[in-house]
Structures are given as structure tokens and as C-alpha cells.
Design a protein around this ligand. Structure first.
Ligand code: ZN
Length: 174
């Protein structure tokens, strides 16, 4: 009563193995049934070829270099944010950060705050975070190091920004 289904691979199983094929070069040799299925199945073979093409494209794709003026622009924007009179969403979010969290949570909250600004069209940090999202898609180590460096700088600046606000906004303004 042994079913032949055990011999035949389903499309679902085949597609589940495509990522393994792509990432593990020894997988195809160890699992010849995947290639055997694709030899007979146009749908799975097409998906496999498209997946390979996509990854080849990603390998050859180079992320744009950060602008030479990125750091100075960032610092200028942070100074603007520091000098600007807080209001609206920014003010509410900042108050939330000031009154609701311990210092340990600040880096996370600062990120959430910046994200909220991006989503809310706050604009001040939008350029910074959009830039980093673009850079984060690049895989080369050099870019990763640049991102780490930029993140460290941004975090430092953000911390200074939050610290300076401690003095002025310890009490809610009326
Ligand atoms: Zn199939």
C-alpha cells in the first residue's frame, strides 16, 4: 500500500526548497528530487529561474553612495530641530518620550519618534531615515560600517537633543 506520492514531490514542497537551493550550494546535490520535479514542472522551473534572476540582479546592484554633505546636512538639521519651537505632533511625541520612559528605552523611543515623524510628515528627520533605509539595503561591508557610523552619530545627536530638552520641558509648558 505504499503510495507513489512519496516519490513525487509536490509543487508546494518544491517551492519551499527554492530558497535552500539558492542559499546552500550543496542542497541541490543532496536533494536531486527538487531538480527532477522542476524538469517536469514548468511553474516551479519558471519560479526558480525568476528567483535566480532576482538574486543575480541584487548581486550586481550597487546602492548609491551617501552624499559628501550628508554629515553636515544632518548636523544642520539637528541644530534646526534643537532651535525650532516644538509644536503639534513633535511636541506630543516628545512629551511622551520625556514622561513615559526610562533612559534605557530612549534609543528605541528615539527611533520610534523619528519613525513617527517620517510617517507624520514631520520632515526634520525624514531625510536622515530615508537615507539610511536606502543604505541599509546595500550588502557590502563598507556600507554596513558607514551605516553603523552614521547611526552612532545620529544616536549621539539624538541623545544630546533629548538631554537639552530635559532642562526646558521637565515641567509641562502652559
Ligand atoms: Zn511544481
Amino acid at each position: 500500500m505504499k503510495k507513489t506520492m512519496e516519490m513525487k514531490m509536490s509543487c508546494t514542497t518544491c517551492k519551499a526548497h527554492l530558497a535552500d537551493m539558492l542559499l546552500d550550494e550543496s542542497f541541490a546535490a543532496a536533494h536531486p528530487e527538487v531538480a527532477a520535479h522542476m524538469a517536469e514542472c514548468d511553474a516551479c522551473r519558471t519560479e526558480w529561474e525568476e528567483l535566480q534572476a532576482t538574486f543575480d540582479l541584487l548581486d550586481s546592484w550597487a546602492a548609491p553612495e551617501p552624499s559628501t554633505y550628508f554629515d553636515s546636512k544632518l548636523h544642520a538639521r539637528l541644530r534646526e530641530a534643537q532651535a525650532a519651537a516644538p509644536e503639534g505632533l513633535w511636541d506630543r511625541m516628545r512629551s511622551f518620550v520625556m514622561f513615559s520612559t526610562g533612559r534605557g528605552l530612549r534609543p528605541a523611543m528615539a527611533g520610534a519618534l523619528a519613525l513617527a515623524l517620517v510617517l507624520g510628515g514631520g520632515g526634520t528627520f525624514a531625510g536622515l531615515y530615508q537615507h539610511q533605509v536606502v543604505a541599509a539595503q546595500a550588502s557590502p561591508t563598507v556600507n554596513d560600517l558607514k551605516i553603523l557610523d552614521n547611526n552612532a552619530q545620529a544616536e549621539q545627536q539624538m541623545d544630546q537633543l533629548l538631554d537639552s530638552n530635559d532642562d526646558t520641558s521637565a515641567q509641562p509648558t502652559t
